[in-house]
Design a protein around this ligand. Sequence first.
Ligand SMILES: [Ca+2]
Ligand SMILES: [Ca+2]
Ligand SMILES: [Ca+2]
Length: 440
Amino acid sequence: MRHLRKRFDVLFRPSLVDHRIINMPKIHSLFAVIASIVSLSSSFFSSPISAQTASSIALPPVAKGAIRIATFNAALNRKSDGQLVKDLRAGDEQAKRIATIVQLVAPDILLLNEVDYSNGDAAKILFEDYLNKPQAPKLAPEKDLFKYYYTSSVNTGVPSGQDLNLNGRSNDADDGWGYGAFPGQYGMAVFSKQPIQTDAIRTFQMLKWSAMPQAKRPFVTDKTTGEKSFFHSDALWQELRLSSKSHWDVPIQIGSSILHVIASHPTPPVFDGLEDRNGCRNHDEIRLIKDYVEGDSNAKYIVDDNGKAGPLSQSSSFVILGDLNADPADGSGISQGIVDLLASKRIASNTTPSSQGAVEADAKQGQANLKQKGKPEHDTADFNDKSTGNLRVDFALPSSDCTVINSGVFWPTVSDLSDVDRELIEASDHRLVWIDIRLP
Ligand SMILES: [Ca+2]
Ligand SMILES: [Ca+2]
Ligand SMILES: [Ca+2]
């Protein structure tokens, strides 16, 4: 143990993890009230949605004693570092649409995937100037405000300085510890109405892939001899990080209970070669979630970025959130990872969020959708219909001690909507997934 401790001290140098933990209460002052009234009147003019639509596609209210939790891949990523921050400061139409959707759903807790990190600036502006500002009449600002948020560094675009995709260069987006054109591209952020227990947050950005027992280490098979050999050298394999962005355990205080938000965004299982290194990594990133919440003898390898070992306590309530980039029935990933996670005894399995908009899209778009096995109503992302089709890849999975009261995918049917309101639904290629739960 002492030996391990020492080793982690070396491997997890504080400087390697950029922890800009941001968890701030919303300031309530006369100034803030005046500011919100001013912004309320100005945002009416730039509103991307009509009052009529807002009331017709809003969700039913949350039942008494329950909370609403949502996960949304917002596709708020840009091509260069700082561009998203610039866009948000200038007034970004896509971000307004994303915020409108969030306000229509009005969750207590929200994970956004694909928000460029930029030292936390993008999440801060989203929090202050978009999510907490009314995007349409009737989306009242005086209630349904988030009061806290959390964001931190991720592995995407952090240069490894090595040739991870074996193409002879070591400065590709593919050579980051996670795929990305710059550090923090495709980051993530958690927003909450209830206090985030900042001191108890655990992150797993630095955990090595090779630390996982029976990891799916990518290999290639020689076409002539049939001989198998590992894709990465042993030295490189020891260096690779498991999480393509990061895995977070963010505890949130709900009354007298604690709910652990388990947030992640496993890599897409594509954009690689016959070795299927992204498929293998996606599978194992999802397995990390399962091992973390199941906490049996398989979970001993899990060590957080502060060097604290061990999984989630078995008495803890949690909700797994994120675009897991894996569909249990369709798509080209190694589906066993998500199939195993969904079958875990630790997870409440009585509901699968669905929508009528997905059914409508499936029927209209056809092509690859026609060959799929999964039910169209469960899809959460509108992907290319020539190659992939629409998939169920975004998940909000509560622990089995929680009671699921209601759930859905925010994907209204578009037949009756105006062009403007159709643009709202298409702000991202993913759709928001929500669940209403009662804690034990
Ligand atoms: Ca390379
Ligand atoms: Ca599609
Ligand atoms: Ca589908």
